[in-house]
Design a protein around this ligand. Structure first.
Ligand code: 3H9
Length: 703
């Protein structure tokens, strides 16, 4: 008998408690424990009602995701839910924290549900490429009808207790979390007094009868999913399963649900999404964070140098996290612009009804724009976000070194530059680190924390604290050109330029990338980011560029014409006034053609498959170099970087997971083939060669 599921008694009420912190994941041990506890409670004649609850601050986060992929471990959760529902005594689920996935399915199999005010309930299985597999697609529609079921299950978004109460999913909301148990006992006594028996969700008919034969809602809903769930598999299958609740008897619906659940579980998408789930938790585990000598320093005030796009985005992210921010600009005109950049974000929140004016004013009380560097003397951390040029950044750091208090953390928001060279101009390089935010910094979740040679562990931990406060996903990156993400991007950015010069149009390439699942093509992305940014970077690298490297001039030629992308209305695409949707530009095609002729290139066509093979091969090969040089801690950190910073489709798990699924020998074979054309660019990474030789995968390196 496990101690993770306890059966206790209060008067004539049995209390089954899940006690498996931190989230009461429903592992085999817990499932067996539940069966044992319910069977004992059922056979104990002294018990009149059973309460099911979590021991601590949460009910249950659902099935144990760590068990996925292992062979089915009996008893399976649908059977546990069935046992609970068929219990002859009323069962009350008393919920606090979250009841998600299988956790919520346990609650729906219970006969009554009460929850604390802060509780959230939901079926997030689609985020793992699954559908609810323990009765959720059959019980939820019987409790709330088709509309809310479709919304909740296909979006995976949990709902709050109050909404659940209004929808009849929960019978009572308790304001005070600490009194949940007493309130549940009181609820049980009321049931006994009123002689109420079990109320089984599977037997509820009102919504089934109301819906009748009307299938329109399911057809329309699937149509709408084409937009919101593009490329995904399980949300569409979830609609099929929910529809079954209205067409088949409960037991048959459950069988159908199980079949679809298992089909989804075996899909590559589910494996990719489960990998993403664990990877985004793993990436927060920095060696510095394990290190006892480095707890984070205090962090309640922040200085931001620069009020441009990055500086103001970082400022908003910090203000949203409740951190006081002093923003510095070099003169009055620039700080006015910075102020405008920050306040316009909040004005929009008011316009959209996301915040009231009062709330915005409260947030802005913490914002101090200034042109005086001395105003930074008391801040806990300062982030420099000025122009991306080493000398300019070094000047800022020299000034900061003279002003900020001892122990203040000094960070540079750079996308490419060498942090050691920035740290070296200060008298305290141990307090300096890189924080690479992605634009817009108040929205994009990725934060590369760049580790220069001399930085202290507690400084790195302060970076992690900032990430946590801002709800960013932190990735530990080594100090190399472009760190993890931009370094890899620079390689697959080159490969698309090579294909463009060799015969593929940028529009064909973008279509292939979009079809693969990215939100936009790479040329659209270049246009969005600004072609001038890459141009400046290429000029910076010109002096040290290896003469053997193939160089495509097309992007420079566009920049020379002043076509920087969306911000100038023209780049690879033409943008009509105010539009972010670009149209294909025949002049760009002519320019490309002329350049091909100038270089005497015989063009050829590229299939979508070949475009993606080359794109992925370049990405994976450089990722291997990044790993091999120790610039990323593990392959899954690269996956997270590409998922959160570069739009790689989450359902593919990231490029490393995708490569494992495709097979590393196939990727290496492709690279060897391309090597014949360009032995400089397509040099196979030693790590890739080694993994293939040993028959290993990237997963084997995910410690
Ligand atoms: C399902 O239920 C299928 C069924 O329909 C059918 C079955 C037949 N399993 O996120 P945190 C770990 S599918 C295993 O950092 P938070 C997590 O890895 C499931 N482990 O905390 C972490 O471990 P570590 C549907 C889990 O407070 C630790 O718990 N359910 C699970 O920020 C703390 O987690 C979901 O998709 C799990 N289910 O957020 C819910 N959940 O410390 C997934 C968490 O070693 N979970 N862990 O890194 C979540 O959304 C969040 O974890 C939660 C807490 C909101 C619960």
């Amino acid at each position: 008998m496990t101690d993770k599921v306890l059966l206790t008694k209060v008067d004539n009420i049995g209390i089954v408690t899940l006690n498996s912190p931190p989230v009461n994941a429903l592992s085999q041990e817990i499932r067996q424990g539940l069966l044992d506890a319910f069977s004992k409670a059922e056979s104990d004649d002294s018990l009149k009602v059973i309460i099911l609850m979590g021991a601590d601050r949460t009910f249950s986060a659902g099935a144990d995701i760590g068990e996925f992929g292992k062979s089915s471990l009996e008893p399976v959760l649908p059977m546990v839910c069935q046992t609970i529902e068929s219990t002859s005594k009323p069962v009350i689920a008393a919920i606090t924290g979250v009841a998600l996935g299988g956790g919520f399915e346990l609650a729906m199999a219970s006969h009554y549900r009460i929850a604390t005010n802060s509780t959230k309930v939901g079926l997030p299985e689609v985020h793992l490429g699954l559908i609810p597999g323990a009765g959720g697609t059959q019980r939820l529609p019987r409790i709330v009808g088709p509309k809310l079921s479709l919304e909740m299950i296909t979006s995976g978004k949990p709902i709050k207790a109050k909404k659940a109460l209004a929808e009849g999913l929960i019978d009572q909301v308790i304001e005070d979390t600490d009194s949940l148990k007493e309130e549940a006992i009181a609820f049980a006594h009321t049931l006994i007094k009123e002689n109420q028996g079990p109320r089984r969700s599977s037997e509820r008919k009102e919504h089934i009868e109301k819906q009748g034969n009307d299938k329109e809602i399911f057809i329309n809903f699937k149509n709408s999913l084409q937009k919101t769930a593009r490329g995904l598999y399980s949300p569409f299958k979830a609609v099929d399963a929910i529809k079954t609740a209205f067409t088949l008897p409960f037991d048959e619906g459950i069988k159908k649900e199980r079949d679809i659940f298992l089909e989804c579980m075996n899909s590559a998408q589910s494996k990719g999404l489960v990998h993403a789930f664990f990877s985004e938790r793993k990436c927060t585990k920095f060696p510095e964070a394990m290190n006892e000598n480095g707890p984070a320093r205090d962090l309640s005030t922040l200085g931001v140098v620069g009020g441009g796009t990055m500086g103001s985005g970082i400022t908003v992210a910090a203000l949203d996290a409740g951190i006081k921010v002093t923003m510095i600009e070099r003169d009055q005109e620039s700080i006015e612009k910075g102020k405008h950049n920050v306040t316009k974000v909040y004005k929009r929140h008011i316009e959209k009804g996301r915040m009231t004016e009062e709330q915005v004013n409260k947030v802005l009380e913490k914002y101090k724009p200034s042109t005086d560097f001395d105003d930074l003397k008391d801040v806990d951390m300062v982030i420099e976000a000025v122009f991306e040029e080493l000398e300019v950044k070094q000047e800022v750091f020299k000034t900061l070194d003279k002003i900020v208090k001892p122990g203040a953390v000094m960070a540079s928001n750079t996308s490419y530059l060498n942090i050691d060279k920035i740290a070296a101009v200060t008298s305290r390089p141990e307090d300096v680190l890189g924080l690479h935010f992605f634009s817009p910094a108040n929205i994009m979740k990725l934060l590369e924390i760049v580790i220069p040679t001399k930085v202290k562990a507690d400084v790195v931990n302060t970076g992690l604290t900032l990430a946590k406060k801002m709800r960013k996903v932190p990735v530990r990156a080594g100090n190399c050109d472009g760190f993890i993400g931009n370094r890899i991007l620079s390689k697959y950015g080159k490969v698309v330029a090579y294909m463009m010069e060799d015969g593929a149009s940028p529009y064909e390439i973008d279509k292939a990338i979009f079809k693969f699942g990215l939100p936009m093509g790479i040329f659209q992305m270049f246009d969005l980011a600004g072609l001038d940014i890459g141009w400046a970077n290429r000029k910076r690298q010109a002096a040290t560029r290896d003469p053997r490297e193939r160089y495509v001039h097309i992007l420079d030629l566009l920049c020379e014409k002043g076509h920087y992308g969306q911000k100038t209305g023209r780049g690879f695409y033409i943008y009509q006034e105010g539009s972010r949707r670009g149209e294909e530009d025949p002049e760009v095609l002519t320019l490309i053609d002329e350049e091909r002729k100038r270089k005497g290139i015989t063009t050829r066509s590229f299939s979508e498959e070949e475009i993606m093979n080359r794109y992925i091969a370049a990405m994976v090969n450089e990722s291997c170099n990044v790993l091999h040089e120790g610039m990323a801690s593990r392959p899954s950190d690269i996956d997270i970087t590409l998922l959160y910073g570069y739009g790689f489709p989450r359902y593919r798990g990231g490029p490393m997971k995708y490569a494992d699924q495709v097979g590393l020998p196939k990727i290496l074979d492709d690279i060897k083939k391309y090597y014949e054309e360009d032995s400089f660019f397509w040099n196979p990474s030693p790590l890739l060669v080694e993994l293939v030789e040993k028959g290993q995968t990237f997963e084997s390196l995910n410690k």
